[in-house]
Design a binder for this molecule. Sequence first.
Ligand SMILES: [Zn+2]
Length: 373
Amino acid sequence: MRLTAKIKLVYDEELGGTLFRTVALANACCEWLSEQAWSVKKFRKYDLQKMFYYGARETFSDLSAQCIIRCIAKVADSYKKDKKKQRSFTPLGAIAYDLRILSWKPDIVNIWTVDGRKKIPYVCGERQAALLKTQQGETDLLLQDGHFYLATCCDVAEPEVNTINYQQPLGVDFGVVNIATDSDGKVYSGSRLKNIRFRHRRLRTALQKANTKSAERHLRKLSGKEARFARDTNHVISKQIVRSAKGTCRGIAVEDLSGIRDRITARRKQRAVLHSWSFLQLRSFLEYKAALAGVPVVAIDARNTSRECSECGYIDKRNRKTQDKFCCLSCGHTDNADKNAARVIASRVNVSTPIVVVAQTVAASPRLQAWGS
Ligand SMILES: [Zn+2]
């Protein structure tokens, strides 16, 4: 399974300036190469290297040979999908390193810059440190919120899943009022998040009315803050669910993604809440954390899970009395509605239910990869 580890570089002002000039120059080189490629309408890496390598070395004499090769690869890559439009490179976009111009040591990375090779310390969390042990292939140097980070590819072996009880998984129901409820009845509410959202929404309305430059800046800051908080909440909730499942040797059953998407578009009234709530992110966190812990995740067809009785299987819209109360019209079983739904989800897993292949899900989507870090 391929995941991305993002780590923070530690540097002083002088070194920061060096990194800044390195990133700026490499991007300028990409921009120049893109112009040349466009002018002759040749976009293959081989052709670009043959035609423009020496020109690039002359024009950007502070860049190393290997760095220019990476730039050529990046420009060729950018034209792969669409050759009908000239590509442009942002002045401070991420630049790619391979192992010839960057090497990893414990706590220190040896990296090429416009001022020669530099040894730069870095800091990272426990998970990132574990991931780094499996580091493989390319690394991006990126400038984010005024600080330099490295984002690097890691190839994690998926653990054995043989000891898991497939027959009785932990069912998880994603909801609006409670972000998630499991079949044991545990509620993952994220209520702090909702409060923050509510406060922010009022503030946002006021700021939008003000319509000044500083209000605009404040709004941007607000949305970044909210996204970071939502992301943290998703990390916490997915971690708790995986821990519950692993602690009891069970797999995890969730509704398939189409179910989640339907729900996102279905209930119009709750749209604002749902749209801003990132179920897909939560789902992807759940998948990769489960994979790392050796807990299988199975996805089931979620039709009618909120209307079916987890005791007798009777399906009726009227079984769900209110948002949180479930009462079966056939057998009289009563339960919290979200817990009942989670139990129905768990009960739908059978031997033939395919396990979600995390490796593919993550590898197929750079977006999910980014979420993984
Ligand atoms: Zn019933």
